[in-house]
Design a protein around this ligand. Structure first.
Ligand code: SAH
Ligand code: SF4
Length: 407
């Protein structure tokens, strides 16, 4: 009987935890609405928001300037629910990677990259990814689910406050002043959760990051690029990886839905509202697939508008491919990357070659693999042998339209 009672009370506790609202799920507007539901004044929400995000507090008892009655209400109805940390790995170069358990066998990763003048956090938006790019280990794992706003923010909330202590920062100093949505997942396929998370990052009562220092990286979800421009314009990085549709269709399958002409037009529209006057194009250098001088010239034509698409003011970020066995692809040799970069620079395009950080702990771009219960059979699709990685022949417009798959 005693046993039965205790299992009942454990179940009741689990139920009450599940029913508690996670305050990390709210931007300031959402938290204000929640506080109003509790019969509290709006400014209380601002105080609470600052406790959570600026001070890293999770314990309502600690929030000394909140009325006792509010703290009691919060204790029964709400919580600040961080993520369970499964592991931490530190690289010789100072990069730190955390693996977070998000339940049901899924785990996601966040990476802190310290630099001389700033600290960057690379944040995940989904458990897995449904886009299925050939060269990306997250893509190879398939897709399990979207992260909630709270799960996206919990990565920053934990990392910022943990690092402040660990690095013994002075009051008022912060560890992270740059966030890149370049971890696991396609952020623009989790738009509803992403936007409130971005708002908290930007909010002066939250993390107070500059719009120029919050970057959303996308494989090119055109309609959501248009929405982001209106709802929450931040810096935009677009993962290009190929200068023409034939090859991009194979490397980034989303291209079949939103081909380059549409993507470049969306980039142009985005710039009308963007905090920076350029788009960063990411281009992962794959040996023998997308790294020839002719492809560099094609890329110049694409971004300067000479390929019939609108010109897009941009910076080119060449990423050395981080290989993993299942991809069947290799990193371009350094000379080839340099020759490719030279073609771009000679055409007046600002070009950088990304320095690989944290590759000794598999924390570099595209190596984040967490743990994902594939619910989409992406794994199956990607192991089909039909990939042709030699440069595709230039196709006629009619062929392209005919050959493109809808949806
Ligand atoms: N889904 C988004 C953001 C996450 S991927 C996007 O695709 O943009 C972040 C960046 O890492 C992208 O530019 C992606 O193309 C790059 N990347 C993926 N796999 C890689 C790999 N194996 N080596 C190097 N870069 C990779
Ligand atoms: Fe998804 Fe980005 Fe990886 Fe492509 S590169 S599979 S969009 S996470």
């Amino acid at each position: 009987m005693a046993e039965l009672q205790s299992s009942n009370s454990t179940a009741a506790q689990a139920l009450s935890e599940a029913a508690r609202v996670n305050l990390l799920d709210f931007d300031l507007e959402g938290l204000t609405a929640f506080c109003e539901q509790l019969g509290e004044k709006r400014f209380r929400a601002t105080q609470l928001f600052r406790w959570i995000h600026q001070k890293g507090a999770a314990d309502f008892g600690q929030m000394s300037d909140l009325a006792r009655s509010l703290r009691d209400k919060l204790a029964t109805r709400a919580e600040v629910r961080g993520l369970k940390i499964t592991s931490e790995q530190a690289s010789a170069d100072g990069t730190i990677k955390w693996l977070f358990d998000v339940g049901n066998g899924d785990a996601v990763e966040a990476v802190f990259i310290p630099e001389a003048d700033r600290g960057t956090l690379c944040v995940s938006s989904q458990a897995g990814c449904a886009v299925g790019c050939r060269f990306c280990s997250t893509g190879h794992q398939g897709f399990s689910r979207n992260l909630s706003t709270g799960e996206i923010l919990a990565q920053l909330w934990f990392a910022e406050h943990h690092l402040r202590e660990r690095l013994k920062l002075q009051p008022g100093e912060r560890a992270i002043d740059n966030v890149v949505m370049m971890g696991m997942g396609e952020p623009l396929q989790n738009y509803g959760a992403l936007v409130p998370a971005l708002r908290v990052m930007l909010d002066d009562h939250g993390y107070g990051l500059s719009r120029r220092r919050v970057t959303v990286s996308t494989s090119g979800v055109v309609p959501m690029m248009d929405r982001l421009r209106v709802d929450c314009p931040v810096a935009l990085a677009v993962s290009l990886h190929a200068p023409e549709d034939g090859l991009r269709d194979q490397l980034v399958p989303l291209n079949r839905k939103y081909p380059l002409a549409e993507l470049m037009a969306a980039c142009g529209r985005y710039l009308e509202a963007a905090p920076r006057d350029f788009i960063t194009f990411e281009y992962c250098m794959l040996d023998g697939a997308n790294d020839s001088p002719e492809q560099a010239r094609q890329l110049v034509r694409l971004v300067t508008g000479r390929a019939g698409t609108p010109a897009v003011p941009c910076k080119l970020n060449l990423i050395p491919f981080n290989p993993f066995p299942a991809s069947g692809l290799l990193r371009s040799p350094k000379e080839r990357v340099d020759a490719f970069a030279k073609v771009l620079m000679d055409a007046g395009i600002v070009t950088t070659v990304r320095r690989t950080r944290g590759d000794d702990i598999a924390a570099a771009c595209g190596q984040l693999a967490g743990e994902v219960q594939d619910r989409t059979r992406v794994t199956q699709r990607l192991t089909r042998p039909a990939i042709r990685i030699a440069p595709a022949p230039v196709q006629q417009e009619g062929d392209r339209l005919h050959g493109r798959r809808a949806g």
